[in-house]
Design a protein around this ligand. Structure first.
Ligand SMILES: Cc1cc2nc3c(=O)[nH]c(=O)nc-3n(C[C@H](O)[C@H](O)[C@H](O)COP(=O)(O)OP(=O)(O)OC[C@H]3O[C@@H](n4cnc5c(N)ncnc54)[C@H](O)[C@@H]3O)c2cc1C
Length: 329
């Protein structure tokens, strides 16, 4: 019963390609990867991505704390539901602390490296994938703002100059890799969660309801969006099992259940992200402590309750929502 009815969908995307080469890297954690596995895209991703093997934290002085096209895998049937080049201009139904500079370059060290540099009011993340590397330069703004700021080439150069002599690794400085850069960009980082997650026949997921700083480097932003989708779809399927043509009031009650299910985890992610962003701008905390607090929280992250898959990640802490589902047994 929980496998039916199926939910039809169409995706309207203003860009005309599956994955345009803008933005920066994307760190994905196990709770997101296992949901992507349920959708059959994990193998394809693993061919493109690198596992983070090393995570080092250093101070500006050089002191070390520790050494410690996704759609290709989608079912053909689903692909026809993604309509690209469709700019949504209207929908009808009867933030702000840090700015960030991202540099992308040919990677100078082995894939899977993750380095963090901490200093007062500035921090750096440096990561390498299979073919590229990324440096994220974070700088505290003089004051929080809700203004929309656009940065140009002059701002890029000025920020690069302020970080030029900061260490990335024991032997590399920011200026060493900037010369090799392929792309760069600067933007403000936004934070906030909105209160209304659905109205009429419209429900929101992802960055449209919550924005976090990505500098925890743990994939919290994107992961929260995936969790929204999983929760919303699971709740919608439950509703459709009882009412094949739900009324707006039934849907709105379902949005409340969806929001309530997500709120606790989201508040945790938002808080951890906000704290990480701020403490990173200090020089005394070894951030590997974060790794200790996330496991008990991650184990309770959702998976689709109607898709059957072998569990790709098993550890000492068991997942609360197994990928083997009742309906397919
Ligand atoms: C520099 C940077 C680094 C980041 N790194 C990470 C990371 O490592 N890990 C992580 O988890 N998160 C990271 N994030 C955050 C992450 O990118 C977002 O949380 C995530 O992309 C949000 O996904 P989304 O689908 O909700 O929104 P989006 O990715 O913004 O997708 C919205 C889509 O809607 C389309 N669209 C917008 N308007 C219209 C319209 N009018 N009509 C049609 N289509 C439209 C857009 O083209 C876009 O494709 C990072 C963010 C930044 C800025």
């Amino acid at each position: 019963m929980c496998c039916n009815p199926t939910i039809d969908f169409v995706v309207l995307e203003r860009n005309s390609t599956d994955a345009i080469d803008v933005g920066a890297s994307l760190v994905l954690a196990p709770p997101s990867l296992r949901v992507l596995h349920q959708l059959g895209v994990l193998n394809g991703l693993q061919g493109l991505a690198s596992e983070v093997i090393l995570r080092h934290t250093i101070k500006q002085s050089g002191h070390r704390f520790t050494a410690c096209n996704v759609f290709d895998g989608c079912k053909r049937k689903a692909k026809s539901k993604f309509l690209q080049g469709k700019n949504v201009i209207d929908i009808r139904s009867t933030d702000n602390e840090v700015k960030m500079y991202v540099v992308e370059f040919q990677r100078p060290i082995e894939p899977g490296a993750a380095f963090e540099t901490q200093s007062k009011d500035k921090s750096i993340m440096f990561a390498t994938g299979k073919e590229r590397g990324w440096i994220f330069l974070y700088e505290k703004l003089p004051q929080p703002t809700t203004a929309r700021t656009t940065y140009g080439e002059k701002d890029v150069e000025a920020m690069a100059g302020r970080f030029a002599d900061y260490p990335l690794t024991d032997s590399l400085k920011v200026k060493d890799v900037l010369a090799e850069r392929m792309t760069t960009g600067v933007s403000d980082l936004q934070e906030g969660i909105c209160n209304n997650w659905g109205w009429g026949r419209i429900a929101l997921v992802g960055d449209s309801i919550h924005k976090f700083c990505p500098n925890a480097g743990l994939g919290y932003c994107y992961q929260s969006g995936i969790q929204d989708v999983v929760s919303l779809v699971n709740n919608l399927r439950q509703l459709l099992a009882c009412s094949s043509n739900p009324s707006v009031s039934e849907l709105e009650a379902m949005y409340k259940a969806y929001q309530a299910q997500q709120w606790g985890d989201l508040a945790f992610d938002a808080s951890l992200s906000a704290h990480t962003a701020r403490i990173r701008l200090q020089t005394f905390v070894n951030y590997n402590i974060i790794n200790m607090v996330q496991t008990p929280v991650w184990k309770q992250r959702l998976a689709f309750d109607f898709l059957d898959a072998e569990e790709p990640f098993m550890g000492r802490v068991a997942w609360l929502h197994p990928l083997k589902n009742r309906c397919l047994k």
